[in-house]
Design a protein around this ligand. Structure first.
Ligand code: COA
Length: 176
């Protein structure tokens, strides 16, 4: 079983490889970033975790990001009905194909969600409508609800429709 631990700077190359692999097999992210290292570890990352298989291979990643002062941040704030500092964006959730369907994606989601709750924050995320497998995944996660839809502009000027999902609230059933 994979072990989940905080991401280290030395994990960067393996995390970049994970993004390349997910793009090839799942079309995620939909617009391949020009700078993959910055995509997987952006300046607005608050914290991040990796999953490490028994052989030392990194097979999963998840992060918490600051709520940006942008369309996504506005949509999350509107959906949750609270302030930016009471929220965290759960992002960059990805697992390697070799471990799919074994519960690792759920464990990574729970790890980041629990860390947000421990800071008194509610986790929220966005997922593109076209990413049907990920939408299906989030639909079945305990404590998560689909709240709204937002039209987001990609760096190349194209736009995508994304669902906003909200995690459990601090101090409520399903939360801490
Ligand atoms: C979404 C993702 C992280 C799920 O990871 P995982 O390790 O397979 O997660 P789990 O093993 O916990 O799977 C949980 C559920 O999702 C289902 N599932 C996972 N991947 C699936 C897929 N590609 N197609 C259909 N169902 C899938 C599992 O069968 C399981 O079903 P359940 O809800 O009945 O328990 C993984 O598919 C992935 O990395 N996708 C590419 C990146 C991506 O789209 N990330 C989300 C960005 S918003």
């Amino acid at each position: 079983m994979a072990t989940i631990r905080p991401k280290r700077a030395s994990d960067l190359d393996a995390c970049v490889a994970l993004v390349h692999s997910a793009h090839a097999s799942d079309g995620w992210p939909p617009l391949f970033p020009a700078d993959v290292a910055r995509f997987i570890t952006p300046p607005y990352e608050r914290s991040a975790w990796v999953a490490v298989a028994d052989d030392g291979t990194i097979v999963g990643h998840v992060a918490l990001h600051e709520v940006g002062d942008d369309a996504l941040g506005d949509a999350i704030v509107d959906a949750a009905g609270c302030t930016r500092d009471q929220l965290a964006v759960l992002a960059r959730l990805v697992t390697s194909h070799r471990v799919r369907g074994a519960g690792l994606g759920s464990r990574l989601l729970d790890t980041a969600c629990a860390a947000a709750l421990a800071e008194g924050c509610r986790a929220a995320l966005d997922v593109a409508h076209v990413n049907a497998a990920a939408v299906e995944f989030y639909e079945h996660r305990d404590g998560w609800t689909r709240a709204s839809s937002v039209l987001l502009t990609l760096p190349d000027g194209r736009s995508k429709d994304a669902w906003i999902y909200l995690g459990p609230e601090p101090g409520h059933p399903g939360g801490r």
